[in-house]
Design a protein around this ligand. Sequence first.
Ligand code: NAD
Ligand code: GLY
Length: 370
Amino acid sequence: MRKKLSPASATDNARSMPSRIPVALRNSPYDVFVGDGILSSAGIEISSILPPSRCAIISDSVVAPLYAQPLETSLRASGFDPVTVTVPAGEASKSLSTVESVCNRMIAAGLDRSSMIAALGGGVVGDLAGFVAAIHYRGIPCIQIPTTIVAQVDSSVGGKTGVNAAGGKNLIGAFHQPRLVLADPRTLATLPPREFNEGFAEVVKHAAIRDPAMLDALGPDRDLAALVARNVMIKAEIVMADEFETKGIRAFLNFGHTIGHGIEAAAGYGRLLHGEAISLGIAAACVLSRKHAGLPEPEARRILESLASFDLPLRLPADISTRSILDAMAKDKKFSAGSIRFVLLRSLGDPFVSSEITTGDIEHAIASIR
Ligand code: NAD
Ligand code: GLY
């Protein structure tokens, strides 16, 4: 029997009909649709909110061969004239040089200020294409069509776009809300096991900060479409409460990310997948939460066991030095004016932002996950 999600879940019919989750932002409201097979009706959905135009599908070298063709066909059937712009798969494509190359290819293909972009891929493509949409002709509409767990449950919603700089991750970017998000859980079937599993680090994060009961719905009999929809609801609620991360609420989504981003950068992009680094960051944040916020040991264990059930790492590889992680963290934009703002858990579902965590505390937490 399928495990039920929390009562807030409105997704029991998600497998037959798409779930619609509104992101009711004052200036830029939009809908997220989650539904098996929705990729093939993308043209109809998009044409209901935007006029047909010359447009770009931005995708990567793995996703485009799998899904660009059905998307192109669907867009053409609704009067759009798409060109597919492909970038190499992987985090290295989140760079300013790729932004420039994509913009030049779009201009050469005749896209102008009346055009729109469909971002077809994982979080890398979503962040990159969203940023291109933010700056192309000073801003054109972006439709997010996420194809990884990370992208469906997290990165496609909320409007954070951008690329990495030599000095750190996501340091160049813009808020640019999508006009529509179309998440087709069927596309997740082609993810290799490692890429599939990594996405659950963000799911466990959402459960830890907002919906502990979701940890019971992650087993092998999980309902993927319902899970995606539930996670989109969690993300949407947080974004609606604090769109620009100025009220200390959206910051909760950084649980596990402060040290996690440091580990991801220190390992060298491409070695650990994003979710794997975040899993290690969550493990370290649990150590800090146990010591400085009273997180009960059984609750910390529950989080770690959930991560382990997806083969996500809880032990830091020996060759990634604490110094290199701290150096990478120092460049993180979450360190405002040198002070560390760290998301801790008092208990499952009860996060807060602490300014009390010292570099020594972080060193101790990193040592604890070796
Ligand atoms: P990714 O985009 O690199 O995708 C992982 C791999 O899976 C890639 O090789 C990709 O080509 C492949 N892939 C994607 N969809 C596939 C499919 N359906 N079938 C087969 N292969 C497929 O990585 P990701 O984990 O999706 O995203 C990580 C990125 O997202 C990071 O850069 C991270 O910073 C960013 N992120 C952003 C936000 C945000 O709010 N903007 C939130 C979380 C993460
Ligand atoms: N993924 C973090 C955020 O959207 O704020």
